[in-house]
Design a protein around this ligand. Sequence first.
Ligand code: GLY
Ligand code: MN
Ligand code: MN
Length: 441
Amino acid sequence: MSSDNIHAHYADHLRTAMQRADTALARGGFDHLVIPSGTLHYQAFDDRDYPYAVNPNFKFWLPLTNAPGSWLVYTPGQKPRLIFLQPHDYWHVVPSDPSGAWVEHFDIVVIRTADEALQHLPDASARTAILGEPQSALGNVIPNNPQAVLAYLDFHRAFKTPYEVAMIRLATRRGVRGHRAAERAFRAGASEFGIHLAYCQAVGQDSAELPYGNIIGLNEHGAVLHYMDRDRVPPRPSRSLLIDAGASHNGYACDITRTYSATNDDFQSMINAVDMAQRAMCDQVRNGTDYRQIHLDAHLALGRILKDFGVTTVDAETAVETGVTSAFFPHGIGHGIGLQVHDVAGFAETDAGGTLDKPDGHPYLRMTRVLAPGMVVTIEPGIYFIDMLLNELKDKGLAGSIDWAKVEAFKPYGGIRIEDEVVCTDDAPINITRETWSEIA
Ligand code: GLY
Ligand code: MN
Ligand code: MN
């Protein structure tokens, strides 16, 4: 997409943001919307700050991800206002002057100290919805996070504007470059830490800029769902790599997982089988489909793969019913993605509130909504060889459902996960990850 197009899409996006805010404020009985960008957090008993993470409600309005102490003020019918903190500070680099095509859409007030914002925020007696964390409170401007306002905004944030899809695509371009570099590093024998560095170098982002901590597991480490240890020395042999790593663009995330075997062995064949099943699951991302159904169908598909590879001795239906597939696939099929890698409102029943339950026996599913055009979700099935969960199967009397020799053969490879981001449309789904991968390759 050309930069002119992105500017036009941004203008439309901002209009959508204002329309949504108009309705959300009306529903809650408020006259103003105020969103602090957030402040730095400090380590206990220390003067060191944690990496700053901007309030997602703030970055929905404008692509400013590194401006702590700033505020967005919106009053229906008026141009939105940015109160921009640019302190006099010789210890740190101060946020540079706002620039870019978004600037013309805001009235911008520059302040030099955090407290100055108070002069530019609606009076405490005004009916104001203030969306932020408690520590963003400034004087008597205290975040109240009204339920009616947040329920409306969060619910609708699942529906991405074309601008947002473009931002996720740009994040994905970076992520795919990183994944390609990571595969090369793995095949050259790098350690987990070395693969991480190769990834960051290719993405052009440091750990704190990534939307989540890289998960880079060689061999058995692929079985630890959120493995973050990054050994400095490569194992010998280095059999397999599971890498779940994203990238950011203007505050938007991508979330991609790939798994590789070092040689063309049975584990690679199982990766290929999961890959093929995953593509079929991505094709289920269609208007009107209940996301829970994709998750439940994934259990059946993975149950078939486990049976085909001789890991289980029972048919897929039985493996699902008895909970055997849950020992191999113990997480959800995915989640919404956008400003946050795990986007808000995955369980929202309506834009006024309510919760859509997870299916019984599936506590880790992060999204239960019916898919509709504009939603962007991940699809991330996996098969892992996790001692703790396999031992639980034995305890439940299900040892006979498993060929334990096969489990022992696969265990040194850890596990498999394949994850793409998919856009739901009126028509066929768009797999942003695979499209981008083909473009770059
Ligand atoms: N990277 C975390 C996830 O896939 O949800
Ligand atoms: Mn994910
Ligand atoms: Mn992931």
